[in-house]
Design a protein around this ligand. Structure first.
Ligand code: HEM
Length: 191
């Protein structure tokens, strides 16, 4: 116990611990002391599924994100004023959320399988699981509205809440892939 307190308050020792942590960064880098992480860092991470230098997945993801959140808004409006117009709007917005979600996921899956540096990262597969879970919930939300429109309250609203939460998770995690891991970038050689 006394020894632990001495360790925590010894500035020289805590400096040594800090510099050891600096020497072994947790993320893969080509200078990492762990050869397995060096091998991850050395693989290609540039986008392979792109049109004129623009990654297709990044172009498509905005649509399911916006449509899933819009469907939640539409359900809340229906809950507030009971106007059946919002049931019809929700049918269309949930349908397009699902269709664009499938398209975005196809582009994301192609990218995941085609690019070695993306395929080898655990974070990419975590993001894929979040994306596919979202597609399942968005599909259930649309199917409910197609078959049992009167069940929008409460079941459609609850599915919209769940889909919005998973969208936030998948979108935030996708952003981490790009901004923390640097995957899917196409760096132009032009100034
Ligand atoms: C099977 C499903 C999916 C896979 C395999 C997948 C894969 C990927 C990959 C590899 C990236 C890195 C950027 C790139 O290479 O294009 C990425 C980024 C991203 N993903 Fe997904 N994704 C999937 C579904 C989704 C869905 C449904 C959403 C919508 C919520 C989403 C949102 C994002 C976002 C916001 C980014 C960051 C894009 C950027 O800012 O450039 N992904 N995804």
């Amino acid at each position: 116990m006394v020894q632990q307190e001495t360790q925590a308050t010894d500035p020289q020792e805590s400096e040594e611990v800090e510099s050891a942590n600096e020497e072994t960064p947790p993320e893969a880098s080509s200078s990492h002391p762990n050869p397995a992480l060096r091998a991850v860092a050395d693989r290609d991470i540039g986008s392979a599924i792109a049109v004129a230098g623009h990654p297709v997945h990044a172009m498509l993801v905005h649509f399911p994100i916006a449509l899933v959140i819009s469907t939640l808004g539409v359900d809340l409006l229906y809950w507030l004023n009971g106007d059946p117009f919002w049931i019809r709007v929700g049918l269309w917005s949930s349908g397009f959320a699902f269709i664009f979600g499938v398209l975005a996921s196809l582009a994301g899956t192609a990218e995941l399988l085609a690019v070695p540096g993306i395929r080898v990262r655990v974070a990419s597969w975590n993001h894929a699981i979040a994306g596919i879970t979202l597609i399942a919930v968005a599909g259930a939300n649309w199917g409910l509205r197609l078959n049992v429109p009167e069940a929008v309250l409460p079941h459609g609203l609850l599915l919209s809440l769940l889909a919005s939460a998973i969208t936030a998770l998948a979108g935030w995690h996708g952003g981490k892939l790009v901004f923390d891991h640097g995957v899917g970038l196409i760096i132009s050689t032009k100034q």
